[in-house]
Design a protein around this ligand. Structure first.
Ligand SMILES: [Zn+2]
Length: 378
C-alpha cells in the first residue's frame, strides 16, 4: 500500500477567501444537484465552539493545505489529524476508483471543515472539489453501524461521484476540450445510477454500506410482505412521495440493491461498461441512458429492473418465512433518546445492539443492552 507523499503549508487564503471557495463550491453544487448529483447539504456559516475543535467564522482561524499526488487538502486549525488521515484514505480510494472507472481527474481539492452540525459531504465534479463536514467525527455512512470508519465511508462515497461523473469518452471528450466541465454526461442519469452506485461501490470495496444495513433489509422485507414494489420511475428521481418509503430511501438504499443486482447478473465490469458507453453520448436525449445500458449490457433497464424485483421477492419472502418459523416475539421499545434512531445491529457475541442515533444534542453510534436497557456511546 502506497503512503502518499504529503506537503503541508499554510494556505495563502484567509478564512474569508477560504469561505469564498466554499460558497462557490456550494453554488456549483446546487447547480449540479439540479442535474441529480450528490447529497448536497446547505452550508450554514456560523460562529460556534465545541470542545476546542471549531471556531469557524472568526477571521483569526488559519487555513492549511496538505498536498498529495492527487489532492490539495484544505483544512482549518483543529483538523490536522483528520486531514492527515484523509490524505491517506483519499489516495487509497483514488487508486481503487481510477481502476474501477478507467480515468480520474489529475488533481482534486478536498475541503475539510467543521461548520455545520452534521457529518456529511458533497462533491462538485465540475470544480473537482469535495467538501467534508466533520462535527461529530464518528457517524458512519448515515447509519450503517458496521462500517468502521466514518471518514473512509464519506470520502469514498464523494470520490465515487467525483470520478464516475467526470468520465468522458469519444465525442464527449472533444466537447469537454471545447466547452469545459459543463460537458458531464454521467451527471444526467436516474438516481440509482448515481447515489445507488456510490453506495454499492462502498459495499464492494469497503465491505459495508447502506446496501447491507438493517434499515434497507427491513424496507425491502416489508415490500415483500405487502407484495408492493415501486416502479423504476418511482426510484429514479427525488420528489415528495405520499407513501413510505420516501423517494430518497428508494433512490439511495433500494437503488443500491438494484445496482448490486446488475453487477451480479451482468458481471463485475457491468457498471464501468455502462459508464464507458454513456460517457460518449449526448446528455440531452431522455432515451440516451436506456440506449447506453442496452448497448453496454445487451439488456434494457426495464428488463433488469423486472429481474431485480423478481429476485428480491424470492429472497425476502424466504427471509420472512424463516423469521416467522423461528417465532416472533412481542415488540419492546429499547431507545428513548429521541432524534433519529436507526440501523440496529445485534451482536451474538456481546448480546448488545449497536444503533445509530442523531439529534441536535448528540450523534453517533451507541450500544444498548436489551436486558437491562443500559445505553452508552460506542
Ligand atoms: Zn452521494
Amino acid at each position: 500500500m502506497r503512503i502518499p507523499a504529503i506537503r503541508q503549508k499554510q494556505s495563502r487564503c484567509s478564512t474569508g477567501s477560504a469561505l469564498y471557495v466554499l460558497l462557490a463550491a456550494c453554488l456549483l453544487c446546487a447547480v449540479v444537484a439540479f442535474a441529480h448529483t450528490p447529497c448536497a447539504q446547505a452550508a450554514q456559516h456560523r460562529t460556534a465552539t465545541s470542545d476546542g475543535r471549531q471556531v469557524t467564522s472568526t477571521p483569526r482561524v488559519r487555513w492549511w493545505t496538505l498536498s498529495t499526488e492527487h489532492f490539495n487538502i484544505h483544512f482549518h486549525d483543529g483538523l490536522a489529524d483528520v486531514a492527515h488521515e484523509a490524505a491517506f484514505l483519499a489516495e487509497q480510494s483514488y487508486a481503487i476508483l481510477e481502476a474501477e472507472f478507467g480515468d480520474a481527474p489529475d488533481m482534486i481539492d478536498l475541503v475539510i471543515s467543521d461548520q455545520v452540525d452534521m457529518t456529511n459531504g458533497f462533491a462538485v465534479p465540475m470544480a473537482d472539489c469535495i467538501t467534508i463536514y466533520t462535527p461529530n467525527l464518528r457517524w458512519s455512512d448515515v447509519g450503517n453501524t458496521k462500517n468502521p470508519s466514518w471518514l473512509e465511508a464519506l470520502l469514498f462515497h464523494e470520490l465515487v461521484h467525483e470520478i464516475e461523473l467526470n468520465q468522458v469518452r469519444g465525442g464527449a471528450r472533444l466537447a469537454r476540450l471545447l466547452f469545459g466541465k459543463i460537458v458531464m454526461p454521467n451527471s444526467i442519469k436516474p438516481i440509482p445510477f448515481i447515489e445507488g452506485l456510490a453506495i454499492y461501490e462502498k459495499y464492494k470495496f469497503l465491505g459495508e454500506s447502506r446496501v447491507s444495513d438493517s434499515r434497507t433489509r427491513m424496507m425491502t422485507r416489508q415490500m415483500a410482505i405487502d407484495d408492493s414494489y415501486p416502479a423504476f420511475e418511482e426510484t429514479s428521481c427525488f420528489y415528495k412521495r405520499d407513501s413510505w418509503p420516501p423517494s430518497q430511501l428508494l433512490g439511495y438504499n433500494f437503488g443500491s440493491l438494484f445496482i448490486k443486482h446488475i453487477e451480479e447478473v451482468c458481471g463485475h465490469d457491468a457498471l464501468a461498461s455502462i459508464a464507458d458507453v454513456y460517457a460518449t453520448g449526448s446528455p440531452f436525449s431522455a432515451s440516451t441512458f436506456d440506449r447506453a445500458v442496452l448497448k453496454a449490457l445487451g439488456v434494457s433497464v426495464a428488463e433488469l429492473y423486472e429481474g431485480f424485483i423478481d429476485s428480491r421477492r424470492l429472497e425476502f419472502l424466504a427471509e420472512v418465512e424463516s423469521i416467522t418459523r423461528e417465532g416472533l416475539t412481542p415488540a419492546v421499545r429499547l431507545t428513548n433518546l429521541g432524534g433519529i434512531v436507526e440501523s440496529p445491529t445485534w451482536s451474538s457475541q456481546t448480546g448488545l445492539v449497536a444503533y445509530a442515533n442523531h439529534s441536535s444534542v448528540r450523534s453517533g453510534v451507541r450500544l444498548i443492552d436489551p436486558l437491562d436497557r443500559s445505553d452508552r456511546e460506542a
